[in-house]
Design a binder for this molecule. Structure first.
Ligand SMILES: Nc1ncnc2c1ncn2[C@@H]1O[C@H](COP(=O)(O)OP(=O)(O)OP(=O)(O)O)[C@@H](O)[C@H]1O
Ligand SMILES: [Mg+2]
Length: 316
């Protein structure tokens, strides 16, 4: 499924949308490892910001700072205008309850119904024992059903969660996060376990929710193409540093790929395939050598130890 760019809604139109996340110069060390090395970025209401970067670049660590699961070694994290560091006890819990989180593995309770799973999203505010869905009160049950409608799963409300597909389970997890009525939604590789079609549906849903409900979504991804299709802005991380912070409007795939410190020109891939298939016709090797030299020059100017896979050891 391709992106369906809906018109901006009133929640996202405005002179200057409210800044909801402001990270200033954070350093995070775990022993000798510097996971974040002077990271600054901000996000606004209605905006879907994607954190893109290789494994170990610091995406999850950065997300965990936005709801206080990690505390920076130095620097500040402001959420909804409040300094997270300065909060404690009830004030910190209140602030954190305005930040929802969804994960790669959905983390639903498999034996509960879809509706019960969504209702558990309000556990932070519901006190006392709950006996099935009737422990939650009618208003909450209605709200849970509304959120299920938002994610397109109302008809599955009474089905067990473990009977759903991966994409459907992630949509339930989104409905569960919405029960918190969050202002900010954090998503750590929410589509890493899904096939391409379900990934597109989930990203589409997340983007629409950001726009229509005026939420800020900060989402880590590995896939450049998904980021380019759905993000309003990409923040690229490499070795714990921000190497790119740009609106996706007009961004090319090569610019986004530069986050990874490598380029993947299509021409080279097809030449490699041609060689692999035994089509080593005159002129091929010369063209490959030329393309490789150009790609390596581009990678070198994009920075940091880039390399392009070679043919038969003639490059590198
Ligand atoms: N609790 C921890 N203790 C020690 N080191 C940690 C801890 N959490 C993260 N790190 C280190 O910090 C760096 C960044 O890790 P992080 O999980 O944020 O990367 P990531 O970009 O999310 O990677 P991936 O794409 O694989 O999920 C890594 O070197 C990791 O080993
Ligand atoms: Mg991670």
């Amino acid at each position: 499924m391709g992106p369906t760019h809906s018109l901006p809604t009133p929640a996202t139109v405005g002179m200057e949308r409210e800044r909801t996340v402001h990270v200033a110069d954070i350093i995070k060390r775990f022993g000798d490892t510097t996971a974040l090395d002077g990271v600054s970025f901000e996000a606004r209401r209605g905006e879907l910001v994607v954190l893109l970067g290789r494994s170990g670049s610091g995406k999850s660590t950065l997300l965990r700072h936005l709801n206080g699961l990690e505390v920076p070694t130095s620097g500040t994290v402001q959420v909804l205008g409040e300094d997270l560091d300065a909060q404690n006890g009830a004030a910190l819990r209140r602030l954190r309850s305005r930040v929802g989180f969804i994960f790669q593995q959905f983390e639903l309770v498999p034996s509960l119904t879809v509706l019960e799973n969504v209702l558990t999203g309000s556990l932070a505010v519901v006190r006392g024992p709950r006996l099935g869905i009737f422990g939650y009160g009618k208003a909450r049950r209605l709200r849970a059903l509304e959120h299920l409608e938002t994610v397109g799963l109302l008809q599955l409300a009474y089905q067990r969660a473990d009977t759903l597909s991966g994409g459907q389970q992630q949509r339930v997890a989104i409905a569960r996060a919405l029960m918190q009525e969050p202002d900010i939604l954090l998503a750590d590789e929410p589509v890493a376990s899904l096939d391409p079609e379900s990934s597109g549906q989930v990203m589409n849903l997340i983007r629409d929710i950001a726009r229509e409900k005026g939420l800020t979504v900060v989402c880590s991804l590995h896939q450049v193409d998904l980021a380019l299709s759905w993000a309003d802005r990409i923040v690229g991380l490499r070795h714990g540093r921000v190497v790119l912070d740009t609106a996706t409007d007009g961004m090319t795939r090569e610019e986004a790929m530069a986050i990874y410190g490598q380029v993947e020109p299509a021409s080279i891939t097809s030449e490699f395939q041609a060689i692999a298939e035994g089509l080593d016709t005159p002129g091929h090797r010369e063209r490959i050598a030329r393309d490789l030299a150009a790609a390596e020059a581009a990678a070198a100017s994009a920075g940091a130890g880039a390399s392009v896979a070679g043919t038969g050891g003639e490059s590198q």
